[in-house]
Design a protein around this ligand. Sequence first.
Ligand SMILES: [Zn+2]
Length: 400
Amino acid sequence: MRNTFLDNSRSKNAALKKTILRICIENGEQSIGALSEKLDSSVPTVTKLISELIDDGFMVDLGKQGSAGGRRPSVYGLNPDAGYFVGVDIRNTHAGFAVTDFKGNLVSFQDDIPFTMEKNEASVREIAASIRRFFADNQMDWERVLGLGISLAGRVNRLTGYSNNYSFDPDRSIASILEEELEVPVILENDSRAMTYGEFICGTINKEQNVLFVNVSWGLGMGMVLDGRLFYGASGYSGEFGHFPLLDNDVMCRCGKIGCLETGASGSAVVRLVTEQLKAGRSSLLKDKYKKEGKVNLNDIFKAIKQEDVLSIEVVEKVGETLGRALAGLINIFNPELVIIGGKLAMAGDYLLLPIRSTVKKYAQNLVNRDTTIKFSTLKRQAAPVGDCMLSRSHLLGVL
Ligand SMILES: [Zn+2]
């Protein structure tokens, strides 16, 4: 496997160099004086490290900057051209690919690439081939890739590379097979956590240190930033919000249990509730389609909402209320500054957000909820693959 990332003959300073890069990511461009203070290292040592980082292409000299008056020192920053990070988000029937430069700027993005992941090695090798093809089609050089992050739905342990849904061999992780095929370091992550990290580094999260990201797609997942760090839990399985046993509806969840929150607050819940009403003979713009095909899907429902279909709007509002009630509980527990609503159901816009807000206001403790803002994701479909890129960078820099 390619192992170029700061791992050369001068690797005894690798840890300090990674710290310099991390400081630049977190605080922007730096002078040698400021870095020497932050690292508690001498000016000559920092000067030497910076010069090596420039030689190796990771940093650039940005010249003298800052306000006029007094001596203005030269400042140094990340070199965006140091290399690429690749993010791959695997969904039910499609995948999303993103490529960022070393600074985290989006270089390329493609959504809705048809792909269904299966629980076998051929499927993992197929995704590797598809990533190589994507690079070739976009005239990008694979040799410049520094690392890759891949996100999957369900329980994922980043440290062991285990995926509850897709791992097929206890001795070989999905990440290790991809590393074999792609010859770059690979990390595996849960999709909602990848989205959270994307928002944390490049998106909606600004200075907030305590954030809940709710991923309402076909299922319901959650990522958490607590005290400024992504929260994993003991085995990396935290955030199973969708399987919160909260409802009394006797609906079987895909996890095999009954009464999970996801059965009342997710894309699949919207489809089930709309279908139940159509079956019962309710009037709707979807009535003819249901009569003809015996079913409707989430995209049909979004289309009907755009045409102001009352049944579809009512169901989304009901789902928003169910979600809001559960969120009120989480807000009481975590006291977050920000709650981000992302995932496919966010396409329903205010029909989803307003009932969430009003139900949270109704059920959360006022004093706790007072400083919480609820917003939609700004990265939308890019959140997970961009998060995967940034997770790969942070992993290589030893941040995670
Ligand atoms: Zn469940």
